[in-house]
Ligand binder design. Structure first.
Ligand code: GRF
Length: 211
């Protein structure tokens, strides 16, 4: 697949960037339908920025503290996205709540990875909460981003079995490995037009016609 045929994607991060790395690695496969054109971090010292640069990807820090207001910070992030030509936005550990305007601008084109089987455990400390609740399975979700935090239509999930000696750290490590599997898959589905954000909080999956 030529570069022109692949959908350009911007990835927003705040830290480690291992999911961003998984998307970059997948996009280096010859048939992957998307290419990462830009990585943006709200933290100048995010480790993921250096990793992206090593891969030859434009990596830009847009630190929140450089802007007097949330609106001006978001305007700078949007300007960076638009300058990159990205058509899809992938949030990968981006630790900021986006405004309704931002979310609406990219409705149906912005996705997020979350470390739980949504709608269980939106928010933070998902692994601790899954263990405290006595869950036998846990996992991760890729979903469209809507105005409600971690509430958008689900695109892809993977379940992980909780084992007796699990700690939040051991569980997090297995969930993270699953995140790295489902995020590239979900991005590919969106880039190929196999999923779209439907009304009523559900993702519409295009059913293969079989002919
Ligand atoms: C991941 O667990 C992701 O699900 C959550 O934030 C974490 C980011 O990790 N949204 P990384 O920066 O991708 O390594």
């Amino acid at each position: 697949m030529s570069a022109a045929e692949r959908v350009p994607v911007a990835v927003l991060i705040s830290g480690r960037g291992s999911n961003m790395g998984a998307l970059v690695a997948a996009s280096q496969e010859p048939d992957f339908p998307a290419r990462i054109v830009c990585v943006i971090s709200d933290k100048a010292d995010a480790a993921g920025l250096a990793h992206a640069r090593e891969q030859g990807i434009e990596a830009v820090a847009v630190p929140r503290r450089d802007y007097p207001s949330k609106a001006e910070h978001e305007a700078a992030v949007i300007a960076t996205i638009e300058a990159s030509g990205a058509r899809i936005i992938a949030l990968a550990g981006y630790m900021r709540l986006l405004s309704a305007d931002f979310v609406r601008r990219y409705a149906g084109r912005m996705i997020n990875i979350h470390p739980s089987l949504l709608p269980a455990f939106p928010g933070l400390a998902t692994h601790e909460r899954a263990l405290a609740a006595g869950c036998r399975v846990h996992g991760c979700t890729v979903h469209f981003v809507t105005e409600g935090m971690d509430e958008g239509p689900i695109i892809e999930q993977e379940a992980i079995r909780v084992v007796p000696d699990d700690t939040a750290d051991t569980l997090a490590a297995r969930v993270l490995a699953a995140e790295h599997r489902i995020y590239p898959r979900a991005l590919a589905m969106l880039a190929r037009g196999e999923v779209r954000m439907g009304s009523g909080g559900r993702t519409v999956h295009k059913v293969p016609s079989g002919d």
